[in-house]
Design a binder for this molecule. Structure first.
Ligand SMILES: C[S@@+](CC[C@H](N)C(=O)[O-])C[C@H]1O[C@@H](n2cnc3c(N)ncnc32)[C@H](O)[C@@H]1O
Length: 388
């Protein structure tokens, strides 16, 4: 089937699906724009100026739940006389890296001696707010540099879908809340902002396929960078076979766009282009590359599980009953990770800054009017580089 025909077919299917669900889908209905020239590609880093650092308590809580496993990884990796190397893949602005990196340094130095030199390499997209990362390193009381010497931080601004370091360099790799981001947007979902929440099987299938390709590539590249016996801990949104999670927040964000379309702020065509290409993985997706003999690209899985994710704002809401505060908390988190990608998806000729403010103000109002628990799942995977 040619791509054009596949698109045409999908569009008609979507029309049918939309009618049967009782809401209007975001496909364009006027002549001339029924066939987008390409799937939109809009991936951007987190909201800058330290905004992500200030609005990522959910991610910090998830990371805390991985620290025991991370300690075990630091206890297990083989150490010689060499400088120890910790890589932090997808650091963003750094706040959430401080505790895992401190933990790794403490455990490695308990084993190798307190004077042992340690190199810490943070990586992220070139457009990441690295200034906030270095400010955090210098000024945050929780910085892993506090009260120590012989620790050498640096940063690499390149996608990790490329080889970032010479082979065999890394003792411990930390990777939290990043690999849900796809390397590219595989499809424009017409009924959701997040393709995995789409009711359309073809959209979900395209997302799962992209995620499978990216997972394999990520593992192949990280395996090359790891030393024999090196460990990679990867933590990212997970899902259960019967539950994806994130339904409340993603549903209200989609509802926000539907409201804005009804009010004439966005056209169908504009809304089709607004996608945030992130998606959770199931345990079966995580294990898939390892299906033959339990090994893939020189790696094996030491532990993989899906946990229930923490709801960091619900306790306060139960005590205070303040739905506006609950809404502000979750709006900050959603904007921190998806805001810049949404901005990139909007026509640059429009006032994108004003529009994104409006989107998240409306989103916050919707959350406050319908307060719920944020149900979500976390995938936690510890991998070991085979050899020696
Ligand atoms: C939600 S933040 C996670 C930050 C931090 N690790 C944490 O635990 O809070 C996701 C980060 O992944 C980065 N990212 C997404 N795709 C990437 C890629 N292909 N290469 C490098 N970093 C990427 C984003 O730029 C962003 O900084």
């Amino acid at each position: 089937m040619t791509k054009q025909f596949a698109y045409y077919f999908l569009r008609h299917l979507l029309r049918f699906a939309g009618a049967s669900k009782g809401y209007t889908l975001a496909y364009c209905t006027h002549g001339g724009c029924d066939m987008p020239d390409a799937v939109s590609s809009n991936i951007a880093p987190m909201e800058g100026h330290g905004f992500y650092n200030r609005n990522s308590s959910m991610q910090a809580a998830g990371n805390a739940s991985a620290l025991a496993l991370w300690e075990k990884a630091a206890q297990s990796v083989d150490l010689g006389d060499e400088t120890l190397v910790i890589a932090d893949y997808g650091s963003s602005q750094g706040s959430n890296s401080m505790e895992p990196v401190s933990t790794a340094i403490r455990v490695l130095r308990e084993r190798a001696g307190t004077e042992r030199m340690v190199e810490v390499i943070h990586t992220d997209l070139p457009s990441n707010d690295f200034a906030s990362l270095f400010t955090t390193l210098n000024e945050d009381p929780a910085s892993y540099l506090r009260g120590t010497s012989g620790i050498f931080p640096s940063a690499i601004g390149r996608t990790y879908f490329e080889l970032l370091m010479p082979p065999g360099r890394v003792h411990l790799g930390w990777n939290s809340w990043t690999i849900q981001w796809m390397s590219q947007n595989p499809i424009d979902a017409p009924d959701q902002v997040f393709g995995m929440q789409s009711k359309i099987p073809e959209v979900r299938a395209a997302v799962i396929e992209q995620q499978a390709r990216d997972w394999r590539l990520f593992l192949e590249l990280r395996s090359q960078e790891l030393r024999p016996s090196g460990r990679l801990l990867s933590l990212f949104p997970g899902s259960l076979p019967e539950r994806i999670g994130w339904e409340w927040l993603t549903g209200e964000l989609w509802g926000t766009f539907c409201d804005m379309r009804s009010d004439g702020v966005f056209s169908d065509h504009e809304i089709l282009r607004i996608n945030v290409p992130t998606a959770p993985r199931r345990l079966v997706d995580i294990h898939a590359p390892f299906s033959e003999g339990g090994r893939f690209a020189g790696l094996e899985i030491e532990q993989a599980e899906i946990l229930e994710g923490p709801d960091v704002h619900w306790g306060d809401f139960e005590r205070s009953g303040d739905a506006a505060q609950l809404a502000r908390g979750w709006t900050g988190m959603m904007r921190a990770f998806s805001g810049p990608t949404i901005v990139n998806s909007i026509d640059p000729a429009r006032d994108r800054v004003e529009l994104v403010d409006e989107i998240f103000n409306r989103f916050s109002d919707r959350l406050a009017a319908n307060p719920q628990r944020h149900d979500h799942f976390i995938a936690m995977v510890l991998l070991r580089k085979i050899g020696a």
